[in-house]
Design a protein around this ligand. Structure first.
Ligand code: G3P
Ligand code: MG
Length: 248
């Protein structure tokens, strides 16, 4: 598995509502080959695309996602908060997103995004669902997570699907954890990445991704210090730097 230079964050979050089917389509329309999105469980254990552990910000419903059944979550308008043009967007199930990825021939970094205390459950549900419906001819999804327990479940359930260890800043024990989880990549919050850290990670044989990079000058600097992959809300802004298509 080789990461691309540019991955659309939560779809293409500066251009379409995050974690929606419209966002995934927008990434494809920009010419990207990869998107990242967040998989979180509803109250009855169905993986859907949602970043926050409450539904408030992107749907206006004040409840916690872990307290609402899927039948209700998938009815919620996940587009109007972003722009009235997207009022028909609903919270997509992971299954619907996977179907769209196949239709668009798009690769994916699925971030396992547990509500508090649900790391293993979210890892198990997300990975099992995708394993069950993934076409054998398609390149495998890359699973990433801030919580090692979820990646442990990913490794146990679908060892062939690559894993990325996601951290805000590089943890002291990153090598041990990444080795134990058999990760292929390290994903870090971009403002904290130091050139010496990038060098050590690369020297240890991992691919290195940074989130969320939206400024061209910062993107250029990150590529200069050895980053392989930039996860961006604004792919067209970075496409000239990354040398990848992001046609409007
Ligand atoms: O996967 C990279 C990035 O999405 C991690 O942070 O909070 O945007 O999901 P967040
Ligand atoms: Mg994410």
């Amino acid at each position: 598995m080789k990461l691309p230079r540019l991955v659309g964050h939560r779809g293409a979050a500066a251009h379409a509502p995050e974690n929606t089917l419209a966002g995934i389509r927008a990434a494809r329309d920009f010419g990207l080959d990869w998107v990242e999105f967040d998989s979180q469980l509803t109250g009855d254990g169905v993986p859907v695309l949602m970043h926050d552990d409450t539904l408030q910000r992107t749907t206006g419903d004040p409840r916690k996602i872990a307290e609402v059944p899927a039948a209700e979550v998938i009815q919620l308008d996940a587009g109007s908060w972003f722009d009235g043009r997207f009022s028909l967007e609903r919270v997509p199930t992971l299954e619907a997103a996977a179907t769209l990825l196949e239709e668009l021939d798009l690769r994916v970094n699925v971030e396992i995004k547990p509500s508090p205390g649900l790391a293993r459950e979210t890892g198990i549900a997300t990975v099992s669902l995708l394993k069950r419906l993934w076409s054998p001819t398609r390149p495998l999804p890359l699973f990433s997570c801030f919580q090692a327990e979820a990646l442990e479940e990913a490794r146990r359930l679908w060892p062939e699907a690559p894993r990325g260890y996601l951290m805000r800043s590089l943890a002291a024990d990153w090598r041990e954890t990444a080795t134990r989880l058999e990760c292929v990549s390290i994903h870090l919050w971009h403002p904290g990445i130091r050139p010496d850290q990038a060098k050590s990670i690369k020297a240890a044989g991992y691919q290195l991704a940074a989130y969320t990079v939206n400024e061209p000058a910062r993107a250029a600097r990150l590529l200069e210090i050895g980053l392989d992959c930039l996860i961006s809300d604004d792919p067209p802004a970075l496409a000239p730097i990354c040398g990848e298509s992001a046609a409007a």
